[in-house]
Design a protein around this ligand. Structure first.
Ligand code: GLA
Length: 388
């Protein structure tokens, strides 16, 4: 079980974007995320002391514990994720059963340039990078999918967020210059390229932190679960939201309250949006054509309007930025990204879009909301990997 004499390893775990398929990972959909060049980096080092020590370098916080005690130690913030990953990987019981016989101390130092609460999945990067590193360090032989599931369970059990699996898959399975298509019914993962000729994807951070997100997120999930139970009562052979045709949808809608109707309408619209993007990416790989980018942009906008009006997970600041961006003809599409209630917008724009134009938009935003947005060009990178 234990690997021999490792003195030091360094792991890099990326954050993610999602092109389309927002809130579909727990709604039987296909999601289209990618790992991006924002990372948490971990350094694992052996120590002779008999405890684990974690150093969150950016926060200047340290935490040290012995494995036997971990279960009973209270934790908060980043420490809860660390605790969850270690316990869900079964390291404490392996230690208690003497399987980690020569285990001595371990020091893990980590630092991050993924903004917290910006919708770029910093917590997934934390859990996935840590799980990957521990897997390497102790030679546990777990697959990337097993690590993704451990990271997801950590969110469920130790952070109280009933998230889907998209963020973890993006962080662990990312591929340079590629998007991932994950079928959330089967967990099947493929990757595809989206040629960007004359256009660019940007991320704009609204600097609104999504504090309310976890409770609202769990509520959305519950609403859709109830609607699904209702759908199964009406149509026992229905296999997924993807298989719900218009006729049965109309029948189901009349059995749902207004709020559930809106949420489900969004989900159905988004499922169609993903299908359209998949078809567009195939066409763009054959021949890049500006009109197709315009269609891609419209699909991003449509998702935003659905998230704003039907799923109701946007916020005033993000909507302001989206509206202002769309007034510029060089912007083809813009939408809020991630769980919602703040964070980043994903923007598709012509390469000719000037940063000075964005600065004018940001200035008005800053005057109104007293927050200073930032912008960067997105690059798609490899998922969690070892640097040293
Ligand atoms: C958060 C969750 C994901 C996903 C997105 C919305 O990032 O962690 O599982 O549901 O929101 O698409």
């Amino acid at each position: 079980m234990e690997s021999l004499d490792q003195k030091r390893i360094v792991i890099r775990a990326p954050g993610r974007i999602n092109l389309l398929g927002e809130h579909l990972d727990y709604n039987h959909g296909i999601v289209l995320p990618a790992a991006i060049n924002r990372y948490i980096e971990f350094e694992f080092e052996k120590s002779d002391a008999h405890f684990f020590r974690f150093e969150a370098l950016d926060l200047n916080e340290n935490w040290q514990f012995s494995l036997e005690d971990l279960k009973n130690i209270n934790s908060q913030g980043w420490q809860s994720y660390v605790k969850g990953v270690i316990l869900l990987m079964g390291l404490d019981s392996a230690f208690a059963n003497d399987q980690l016989t020569t285990l001595k101390g371990l020091i893990v130092r980590f630092k991050s340039n993924i903004p917290i609460g910006a919708g770029l999945s910093s917590s997934a990067a934390l859990c996935c990078g840590l799980a990957y590193g521990l897997n390497e360090w102790f030679g546990l032989g777990k697959s990337r999918m097993e690590l993704a599931l451990i990271a997801q369970q950590t969110e469920h059990q130790y952070a109280g967020v009933q998230c889907g699996l998209m963020d973890q898959v993006a962080s662990l399975f990312g591929k340079e210059n590629h998007l991932i298509a994950m079928d959330c019914l089967t967990n099947e993962i493929t990757s595809f390229s989206l040629p960007l000729v004359g256009v660019q994807l940007f991320l704009i951070d609204s600097k609104v932190k999504h504090n309310l997100a976890s409770s609202a997120y769990n509520q959305r999930r519950e609403t859709l679960q109830k609607a699904w139970n209702r759908a199964k009562d009406l149509f026992p052979s229905l296999s997924s939201w993807r298989a719900l045709d218009d006729k049965r949808a109309a029948q189901l809608m009349s059995a749902l309250d207004l709020e559930s109707q809106k949420r489900l309408q969004y989900v159905r619209q988004e499922i169609q949006g993903v299908e359209a993007i998949q078809a567009l990416s195939v066409a763009l790989n054959n021949k890049a054509d500006f009109e197709m980018y315009q269609s891609l942009g419209s699909l991003l906008n449509q998702t935003h309007f659905g998230l704003r009006d039907l799923y109701e997970v946007s916020c005033e600041e993000i909507d302001h930025l989206q509206t202002a961006l769309l007034k510029n003809p060089k912007v083809l599409g813009a939408r809020m990204m991630g769980g919602g209630f703040g964070g980043c917008l994903l923007v598709l724009a012509s390469k000719e879009l000037q940063f000075s134009t964005l600065n004018t938009i940001f200035k008005t935003y800053e005057d109104l909301y007293h927050r200073k947005p930032t912008v960067e060009i997105v690059s798609l990178v490899e998922g969690v990997h070892r640097l040293v």
